[in-house]
Write a new protein. Structure first.
Length: 374
C-alpha cells in the first residue's frame, strides 16, 4: 500500500492532496500546473512538504508530525524523467551498472540479463546515449531505475518528449513492465491515451487537489463538462478479445458481446483480451441498426442515463451487452429529435479511425517474475 497525504504552499501554488493505492500502476493525471510532478518530487524526497505523511508499505518516508524525513538516497524510489537523463560518457551497459551501484545490499538484486531482455535493449549495450533514439533512451533509463532495486517506480511524463512513432515503440515495454515486474508504479501524465493504456487506477488532480480517484473507467466517465475542453477527456473502456486481423487493411477486429470493434492497427492474435479506450465525442447514436455506412463498429445497447446541460450538449450513457458501458456526447437537439430516453434501445457507432491505437492496452494476469525487488 502506498499512501500520500501532504500540504505544500508556494507563492503561486498550494498542494493539498491525499490518496492511496494498493499497488499496480496508478496514474497522476491532470493539466500542467495541477500538482502531478510536485507529488512525484515529494515522494522522491526532492521537495519537502510543509506537513504530511508518505509511506510505501510499512516503510515511512515522511511524517512531519513524528519528525521523520528519510534522506533521498535511502528511499529507494526509482525515477524516470522525460529525457531519460543518461550519463553521456558511459555506454548503455555502464549506465545500467550505475543503477545497480545504488541497490542496497539487503535488497534482492534484479537480474541484469532479465531486465535487458524485458526491455529489449540487449543489442544496445555497447552503444553511447548520443546514438540512441528517444524511445531507446527511455528504455535504458527504466532499466537503470529497476537495477537500483526500488520499492516504487515513478515515471514522470516519460513519453512527453517523444514523437508518436517513439511512443508506439515504448508503450508495449511499459505495459510489459507493469504486468511482469510486480513493482508499484506511479505514472505521471496529462495524456488520456497513455493513462488509458497503462493505468489500472487514476488520481485526477486540479489546482493542487485530488478531484477524482478510482479505476480509469470511473474517473474518465462522461459528465456534463464544466469547460468546453472537458468533453474531450471523457473516455469509455471496453474489454474485448482479438478475433482476427486483416493485414491487407491494417486493422484488427475485436469480439465484444455487443458487436465487433474495428481498431486501426495490427494488434497480434496472441494478445488475448485488450482494453479499448473510446472518447465520448467520437460516439454517435442510432435508434435503428444502420446500413450503408463507412462506420465499422456498431454496438447494440440500451440507454441507462441521459444528463442534459444548459448548453447544446447531452451526456448519454449506453449499457452494452456483456456489462460494459459506452458514453456519447450528443446535442440536446438530437436527444429530442430521436426521442431518446432511459431504457431506449440504441446502437453506438464508432469510426475505426477515431480509435487511438495507443490507448489499446493489454491487461492480463501474467505472474510477476523474479525481477521484483523486495
Amino acid at each position: 500500500m502506498i499512501s500520500f497525504s501532504c500540504r505544500l504552499a508556494r507563492s503561486r501554488f498550494v498542494l493539498d492532496a491525499a490518496f492511496s493505492f494498493p499497488g499496480g500502476c496508478t496514474a497522476l493525471f491532470g493539466p500542467s500546473g495541477s500538482g502531478k510532478s510536485t507529488i512525484a518530487r515529494l515522494i522522491a524526497g526532492i521537495d519537502r512538504p510543509d506537513r504530511g505523511r508518505i509511506a510505501v508499505g510499512d516503510h515511512v518516508l515522511v511524517d512531519t508530525a513524528a519528525g521523520i524525513r528519510e534522506p533521498v538516497h535511502r528511499r529507494r524510489i526509482g525515477l524516470v524523467f522525460q529525457d531519460g537523463q543518461l550519463l553521456p560518457h558511459l555506454s548503455v551497459r555502464q549506465n545500467l551498472a550505475y543503477g545497480r551501484y545504488f541497490a542496497p545490499r539487503e535488497a534482492s538484486a534484479a537480474d541484469f540479463d532479465e531486465i535487458v531482455e524485458l526491455l529489449g535493449i540487449g543489442h544496445l549495450l555497447g552503444a553511447r546515449p548520443s546514438t540512441l533514439s528517444g524511445g531507446e533512451r527511455q528504455r535504458v533509463a527504466i532499466g537503470r531505475a529497476l537495477l537500483a532495486a526500488p520499492r516504487l517506480l515513478i515515471m514522470d511524463e516519460p513519453l512527453a518528449a517523444l514523437d508518436i512513432a517513439r511512443k508506439h515503440e515504448i508503450l508495449p515495454f511499459v505495459e510489459r513492465l507493469r504486468d511482469t515486474v510486480g513493482l508499484p508504479i506511479i505514472y505521471v501524465s496529462h495524456a488520456v491515451d497513455e493513462v488509458a493504456r497503462i493505468a489500472n487506477r487514476v488520481v485526477r488532480l486540479a489546482e493542487g487537489r485530488v478531484v477524482a480517484e478510482g479505476p480509469p473507467e470511473e474517473v474518465f466517465a462522461a459528465h456534463m463538462p464544466t469547460t468546453p475542453a472537458d468533453r474531450f477527456e471523457a473516455v469509455s473502456f471496453l474489454s474485448a478479445a482479438v478475433l482476427r486481423e486483416s493485414p491487407e487493411f491494417a486493422v484488427s477486429i475485436l469480439a465484444h458481446p455487443a458487436g465487433e470493434i474495428v481498431v486501426p492497427a495490427l494488434l497480434g492474435g496472441d494478445r488475448g483480451e485488450v482494453r479499448v479506450a473510446i472518447q465520448a465525442t467520437n460516439v454517435s447514436l442510432a435508434v435503428e441498426r444502420p446500413h450503408g455506412l463507412s462506420v465499422r463498429t456498431i454496438l447494440k445497447g440500451r440507454i441507462r442515463r441521459i444528463v442534459e446541460g444548459s448548453g447544446a450538449s447531452a451526456a448519454v450513457t449506453v449499457e452494452l451487452a456483456g456489462g460494459d458501458s459506452i458514453a456519447a456526447y450528443v446535442t440536446r437537439h438530437a436527444v429530442a429529435d430521436l426521442s431518446l430516453g432511459e431504457g431506449c434501445e440504441v446502437y453506438a457507432l464508432v469510426k475505426a479511425v477515431s480509435i487511438d491505437e495507443r490507448g489499446v492496452g493489454r491487461f492480463d494476469s501474467v505472474k510477476h517474475s523474479k525481477v521484483r525487488s523486495e
